[in-house]
Design a protein around this ligand. Structure first.
Ligand code: N01
Length: 504
């Protein structure tokens, strides 16, 4: 089998490896661990960064933290009694992910600094041909674990490339740029921005926050764990599991409201309105930050210090929209010119239009981008896509969540993947592809459920919806029902060919 090294020569011929995993965030790293535990040895993880961690490695902006409680935002097989607080910060999560990679000894399965450029399915050889910045690979199976939040989306604003000060995206924070005493603009008011604004609000001389749509914000019940709790987490494993299931069921109950968009969301909206009234006294500012859509339609945000920062004297909330950016200023649509030294672009990610889709070419030669462009981002159980044989997806279509831990969903997908690979081995299958009719039925059912949800009916535009207006990112039900449907690989939904029947 393939010698594992991080020094592939791009000029050398393609190297064969049975299974290639692309990306090493929670999903790809989890896959490496689960495949190892299942006895697989002939696999590699291709990771463009120099570390594991994915989006948690990349998002190092000041204030970065998770909005899912720590004990649920971790692998069930690697509980962490050391979490210092109820909602972990980015450095702590990144440290946790790194420690898991070390504990399960899967770093040597990784090729770091390896950016995948393309993956072509070759129907003659029934192999994937993968080109990367560290050489070419040929693989029987490819597992895409790139995640939905990996490609920063930059706003198309006139003149933005002419800006002469510091400018960077929230997911590519420039730590060499000292914002102390500077005039700064933050574009966007999503989950990233509402953490950045309070984190830099006191050190900058002036801050302009450019809001296009006001988000709903709930109080953040964050606190440090006490010594007694730490002792209990450490020495009473059952206690940590109990906390985890308490959080799980509390979060899970939100689905009833989100998926059906009924009165269940009212108490949450009421809590958010009260939070806003308590934190912002100025009537004009209050009006500006009052959302114009139903809570839950976009991701619900949590913060105790965002509103108070907006109310600071050195902070302005700008809602007139941006007309253009000049070399030293942002010009709003009303013509006001606001000079700044730096711009933080907190405008989110390419989710349903990720550039990563452009380099994956399936059976009929069409790229994933073309397939999604025509029919929308559809898959089967988020794990397979018709026209892309021998390719499995982690965090594929409709596996995202608006309310609870993605790590739980990822673990369900890992069960499915490991069982799929075991099934291929068991029956000597050389080629497998989800049947179009199975995928169509699955999506018709999903979209029917989503058509009643707050994400589709809450009166907002969000990254949950694709360009056809379909919600192709979120799972609309309970996460335990997703877990049930991914417990076993369902061969009946796939067309398969025995390896012995494939051309030699
Ligand atoms: O990105 P977003 P994000 N001109 O897409 C605005 C996860 N996450 O990085 O609402 C002006 O949510 C855009 O405005 P609008 C989480 O899943 C989690 O903040 O489209 N403004 C919006 O305000 C989250 O959902 C955590 O009208 C423009 C903002 O930019 C996901 O990552 C922390 C614009 C983008 O918000 C993404 O969050 C951080 C333009 N041209 C992230 N284009 C936690 O766990 C966009 N905007 C806490």
């Amino acid at each position: 089998s393939l010698p594992v090294t991080d020094t592939y020569d791009t000029t050398a011929g393609a190297r064969y490896v049975d299974t290639l995993i692309i990306g090493s965030g929670f999903a790809g790293l989890g896959a490496a661990i689960k495949l190892t535990q299942a006895g697989k040895t002939d696999f590699l993880v291709l990771e463009r960064g120099t570390e594991v961690g994915g989006t948690w490695r990349d998002n190092t902006y000041p204030g970065a933290a998770c909005d899912v409680p720590s004990h649920l935002y971790s692998y069930s097989f690697a509980l962490n009694p050391e979490w210092t607080r109820s909602f972990s910060t980015q450095p702590e999560i990144q440290k946790y992910i790194q420690s898991v990679a070390d504990k399960y000894k899967v770093r040597d399965r990784h090729v770091f600094g390896c950016d995948v450029k393309s993956a072509h399915w070759n129907e003659q050889t029934t192999r994937w041909e993968v080109t990367t910045t560290k050489g070419n690979f040929v693989a029987k199976i490819v597992v895409s674990a790139v995640g939905a939040l990996c490609e920063p989306s930059l706003p198309d604003i006139k003149g933005i490339e002419e800006f002469e000060g510091e400018i960077f995206h929230s997911a590519r924070w420039n730590h060499d740029a000292d914002l102390t005493g500077k005039r700064v603009a933050v574009i966007g008011t999503g989950a990233s921005a509402i953490q950045i604004v309070p984190a830099i609000g006191k050190k900058v001389s002036h801050l302009d926050v450019y809001q296009r749509t006001a988000p709903w914000i709930l109080p953040r019940a964050d606190r440090e764990y006490t010594k007694a709790e730490h002792t209990a987490f450490k020495y009473l494993p059952g206690f940590q599991k109990l906390c985890r299931s308490g959080i799980y069921w509390m979060r899970e109950s939100q689905v009833v409201g989100l998926a059906k968009a009924p009165m269940f969301m009212k108490p949450l909206q009421f809590a958010a309105e009260r939070h806003l009234r308590r934190q912002i006294k100025d009537k004009d500012l209050r009006k500006k930050v009052t959302p114009n859509f139903q809570i839950g339609c976009k991701r619900m945000l949590i913060s105790n210090n965002y509103y108070p920062t907006l109310a600071q004297d050195n902070v302005d909330l700008v809602t007139e929209g941006i007309a253009e950016v000049k070399s030293n200023a942002v010009v709003s649509k009303t013509g006001t010119v606001r000079e700044v030294d730096a711009i933080v672009v907190a405008t989110g990610f390419h989710v349903t239009d990720s550039p990563t889709f452009q380099g994956i070419f399936g059976k009929d030669g069409r790229s994933l981008a073309e397939v999604f462009d025509e029919g929308g981002q559809q898959g089967y159980k988020g794990a397979a896509i018709a026209n892309f044989p021998n390719m499995f997806f982690l965090v594929g279509p409709n596996t995202g969540l608006g309310h609870t831990s993605m790590v739980f969903m990822i673990e369900s997908q890992l069960n499915y993947l490991v069982d799929a690979l075991a099934t291929l081995d068991k029956y000597g299958i050389g080629k497998i592809e989800v049947r179009q009719d199975a995928q169509d039925r699955y999506n018709a059912e999903l979209q029917e459920k989503l058509s009643h949800s707050v994400w589709n009916n809450g009166g907002c535009a969000s990254w949950y919806l694709d360009k056809h207006g379909n919600n192709t990112t979120l799972w609309p039900g309970f996460t335990f029902s997703f877990r049930n449907q991914t417990k076993r690989f369902d061969l009946a939904a796939y067309d398969s060919v025995a390896a012995t029947d494939l051309p030699a």
